[in-house]
Design a protein around this ligand. Structure first.
Ligand code: Z5A
Length: 213
């Protein structure tokens, strides 16, 4: 999709990393820079995607296989790319997405052991060349994130996974970041919320400066 004019920012991290906490402040910062922004989340972001989200997070669906989970994540993503992300980028708007394809590599690849090559094939097909320009990875120890998330009530179908699962997810995210240092910014998410927001806005400011230069 070579005619894309807007920029695409994704936000990634393990459980309790602080993505939701950060989003309002980040959106406000980007808006203050005069950038027209569209926000979305994954799985979800469209009526179909939100229905898929209900399925993949439903703790009652214990029999859902790793293959089905992977396909559902990409079904939601294929819809989101075509219905919202690509049209926004073509129109020159920026897109901020709470998780994108890297989450499938980390959770379904790293966490569930699905083949990375299979995930890459699905990404190629479902995302049609749409890839984040900047990925903000909120990184923190698994125990810290899980302790934060524990205070929120009932766990969803993925949150009930083991510490080992979430260690694999974290390791995979860090490998992805190391493999693409120009796209990823790894943020120390164990800092207080204001410090996390500052680090994130600095990374976004560099992207904005790059566009204006
Ligand atoms: N998933 C997948 O498997 N494959 C895929 O391809 C995709 C997703 C796209 C839903 O994602 C699940 O889908 C997710 C991955 C999977 N499963 N898990 N686990 P989600 O992004 O909607 O849900 P989440 O990852 O569970 O997000 P979260 O746990 O809600 O984390 P968060 O939004 O990053 O955290 P938060 O709600 O902002 O903060 C959690 C608590 O910590 C809260 O009480 C805050 O007040 C506190 N907090 C936040 N920041 C701080 C700081 N800096 N210091 C101290 N305390 C803080």
């Amino acid at each position: 999709m070579s005619s894309l004019r807007g920029k695409f920012i994704s936000l990634e991290g393990g459980e309790g990393a602080g993505k939701s906490t950060l989003l309002a402040g980040l959106r406000e910062y980007i808006g203050q820079q005069g950038v027209e922004l569209v926000s979305a989340r994954e799985p979800g972001g469209t009526p179909l995607g939100e229905a898929v989200r209900g399925i993949v997070l439903d703790p009652a669906l214990r029999g859902l296989t790793a293959e089905t989970e992977l396909l559902l994540m990409f079904a939601s993503r294929a819809q989101l790319v075509r219905e919202l992300i690509a049209p926004a980028l073509h129109a020159g708007r920026w897109v901020l997405c709470d998780r994108f394809a890297d989450a499938s590599y980390a959770y379904q690849g790293g966490g569930r052991g699905q083949p990375m090559a299979r995930i890459a094939e699905l990404e190629h097909w479902a995302c049609a060349g749409v890839k984040p320009d900047l990925t903000l990875l909120l990184d923190l120890p698994v125990a810290t994130g899980r302790a934060r998330a524990a205070g929120r009530g009932d766990a969803d179908r993925i949150e009930v996974e083991t510490d080992q699962f979430f260690e694999r997810v974290r390791a995979c995210y860090r490998e992805l970041a190391a493999a693409e240092p120009d796209r990823f910014r790894v943020i120390d998410a164990s800092q207080p919320p204001a410090a996390v927001l500052l680090a994130v806005t600095r990374a976004v400011a560099s992207l904005i400066d790059g566009v204006r230069a």
